[in-house]
Design a protein around this ligand. Sequence first.
Ligand SMILES: Nc1ncnc2c1ncn2[C@@H]1O[C@H](COP(=O)(O)OP(=O)(O)O)[C@@H](O)[C@H]1O
Ligand SMILES: [Mg+2]
Length: 264
Amino acid sequence: MFLQYLSEKKYDQLVIDYITSETNYDFIEEIGVGAYGVAYLLEDSTSNNKYVLKRMKTKHRHKKKIRHKFEQEIKILKEINLPNVPALISHGDIRDTPFYIMDYVEGKTFEQAIFREGQTFSVEQSLKITKELLEIIMEFHKKGIVHRDLRIPNILFKENRLNIIDFGLAAYKKNEVPIEEITNPKRTENHISDLYFIGHFLLFLLYSDYTPSKKKEQGWQEELLLPPEVINYIERLLLIRSPFSSAEDALQNLSLISKAQAQT
Ligand SMILES: Nc1ncnc2c1ncn2[C@@H]1O[C@H](COP(=O)(O)OP(=O)(O)O)[C@@H](O)[C@H]1O
Ligand SMILES: [Mg+2]
């Protein structure tokens, strides 16, 4: 048992040793630690191109379910193969712990922009970003994949071009999930999950431009002072009102709102 124990810190060193001795990359720094994985920035010493190595946390290596999920993350990343998703370069194991290497996405996550840099997004900008996001998500769904974790740390942007990372919770899309059977929209294995996350994502963008008044906290519908058609739209994403039938349906309805906005 004693020999089996390997702290994440010691394992970090094994990863660094592996990169240095087995690949053409240089180790630059650790860039993210989550519940299941750790991500590092690498650089190709000849081309100077940057890459990211994401590995499973080594403490999970004997847990079948978590391993399976991580392996599925690699499989889905390989299958998705779209310009707005980092390409999978290679994958393997270091001491029985899986990892993969992907392209590094230049830019910042919406979490960094909003919470670290205090960037704000107007209603118009927020809707434009949502439109771009829906266009990308439509492509995922066409490939039979739902992301199920479209949160601000998993969406990056550079000069208005979006990139989606972290397929750790992604799943293969099931076609018919009756709406009355959905108890947890975040975990639903169809478009409902992604649209629900996009509803919350849009609220994060809109709240970036909100300064709380002294009055007590209210719901977003009261606080954000949005045009009624935007409120209605978000309520449909969040399943407060009748949901959209697909990402495409959500996208079409969004262009109707944008048109209405432009006319006012
Ligand atoms: N390909 C990438 N390009 C740029 N940054 C990345 C990339 N992959 C991960 N990151 C950074 O590392 C963080 C954690 O990676 P992520 O795949 O989301 O792992 P976790 O499952 O721990 O959330 C991200 O929020 C992002 O800041
Ligand atoms: Mg993440």
